[in-house]
Write a protein that binds this ligand. Structure first.
Ligand code: PMP
Length: 450
């Protein structure tokens, strides 16, 4: 019923496609997207929709950028693939560029997706500890609600009950702490105080497990798929300090937050003085034009893989990782982000336009509005006092009504396992001011009509 409300099910010829959104009826079909331009796409019936979630928060530069299409085509004509023991220029240039953007010396391994970027990080971390005399350090800590991917290792770091329950047991050695989620804090105190207590839980866990067993902590600077959680930047600084103190490597998952989404080139840059040991990225790295994942590793860590006379290399390979066309697309994507001052644009318009959605806090069903740049979540509740998550059918009704009006938004959160009560707005970073007004007006009207 909820899927029907969301407008996800239309009666048509059954297809052979197994789509991630086919929830209960394998014969049901989704709206079929046919073409796109800017922030808008058109379906097979000619209806236009504003893509308020940037595909899956990846289309940072929107649909149909001819320059990016040309970069891919030209690269494919010139060198469509490469002998695997060789390098190619787009990958070399891109690794350099990533290191520049991160503001320190990083060495980058390319793959095909965010999940793979994180899997690579886990293997790098375990091998690094082996090669630096700490083979007992194998455990990974992540946060409840964090999302790190769909493959079994990345899924084991993902602590969202509804994604895990039928695939457990996960990979051994993955542990979880509570996130800095002050709206429903189990720690108490005002937002920042509660966030810092959540950071303290990380140190407690490292101490209890024994720091000689803990390899790394993985976090998104701002939890995205788990309900858009925007902690105090002091939280990010505090967990960074805790990791350093215990020789626990910090893996920053910038798959969603990277490349401008939050109003900085990378999300961690909101927290002064933070420089993660490893940064993983995908999505916005190519603005979704071609698949590419990247695991950027501080040079000090990379050094452990290059010591002379030892068999120290990383035993990890990806046939299509760092494909020349994908790297060429990423380089063009970054060039445009810089040339058009996209990051600054997100900071300004995030506040001036999308920020108007904060006014909805006056509505009884809006528990909290959380935002950083072009990443915004509205936590929907039955009423402000009880904070009971708004029921699934009403959530679906909001999303379906927006869709009817030509606006695509999403929901996530997993607040009660399996129940997603956070509405997600994350439009392309190139959305025009009119596009942003359309989002604010449409969503406000739908919510006010509840
Ligand atoms: N990390 C985060 C923070 C993500 O949101 C996602 C995807 N939603 C991933 C990792 C996994 O990326 P992919 O789907 O490309 O494997």
């Amino acid at each position: 019923k909820a899927e029907v409300e969301m407008g996800n099910v239309v009666n048509k010829t059954p297809s052979r496609l197994w789509n991630a959104m086919h929830r209960y009826n394998p014969d049901a079909e989704q709206t079929v997207a046919v073409s796109g331009e800017g922030s808008w796409f058109t379906d097979e019936n000619g209806k236009k929709y504003l893509d308020g979630v940037s595909g899956l928060w990846c289309l940072n530069l929107g649909y149909g950028r001819q320059e990016i299409v040309d970069a891919a085509a030209e690269q494919m004509k010139k060198l469509s693939y490469f002998p695997l023991t060789m390098s190619h220029q787009p990958a070399i240039d891109l690794a350099d560029k990533i290191s520049d953007l991160l503001g320190a010396n990083y060495q980058t391994f390319f793959s095909n997706s965010g999940s793979e970027a994180n899997e690579t990080a886990f293997k790098v971390v375990r091998q690094y500890h082996h090669q630096t005399g700490n083979p007992g350090k194998y455990k990974f800590i992540s946060r409840y609600r964090g999302y790190h991917g769909s493959t079994l290792g990345a899924l084991s770091a993902t602590a969202q009950a509804n994604r895990r329950v039928k695939y457990d047991p996960g990979v051994p050695g993955f542990l979880h702490v509570y996130p800095p989620y002050s709206y429903r804090s189990i720690f108490g105190g005002e937002a920042e105080e509660s966030d810092l207590k959540a950071a303290q839980m990380l140190e407690e866990m490292i101490n209890w497990e024994g720091e000689e067993t803990v390899a790394a902590f993985i976090m998104e600077p701002f939890i995205s798929g788990g309900g858009v959680i925007v902690p105090s930047t002091k939280y990010i600084q505090r967990v960074t300090d805790i990791c350093k103190k215990h020789n626990v490597l910090l893996i920053m998952d910038e798959v969603v937050s990277g490349y401008g989404r939050t109003g900085k080139m990378f999300g961690f840059m909101h927290a002064e003085g933070v420089q993660p040991d490893i940064v993983t990225m995908a999505k916005g790295l190519t603005s979704g034009y071609l698949p590419l994942g990247a695991t950027a590793v501080k040079s000090e860590i990379y050094d452990a893989f290059t010591k002379e006379g030892k068999d120290n290399h990383l035993r990890h390979v990806s046939t299509y990782g760092g494909h020349p066309a994908a790297c060429a697309v990423a380089l063009k994507n970054i060039e445009i982000i810089e040339r058009e001052n996209i990051v600054e644009r997100v900071r300004n318009l995030g506040k001036k336009k999308l920020g108007k959605l904060h006014q909805l806090i006056g509505h009884e069903n809006v528990g909290e509005v959380r935002q950083i740049g072009f990443l915004l979540g509205l936590e929907m509740v039955a009423d402000k006092r009880s904070k009971i998550p708004l029921n699934e059918l009403k959530m679906a009704g909001i999303i379906g009504k927006c869709k009817q009006e030509g606006l695509i938004i999403g929901k996530n959160g997993d607040t009660v396992p399996g129940q997603n009560n956070v509405l997600i707005v994350a439009p392309p970073l190139t959305s025009t001011e009119d596009d942003l007004d359309f989002i604010v007006e449409t969503l406000s009207t739908v919510i006010r009509s509840l």
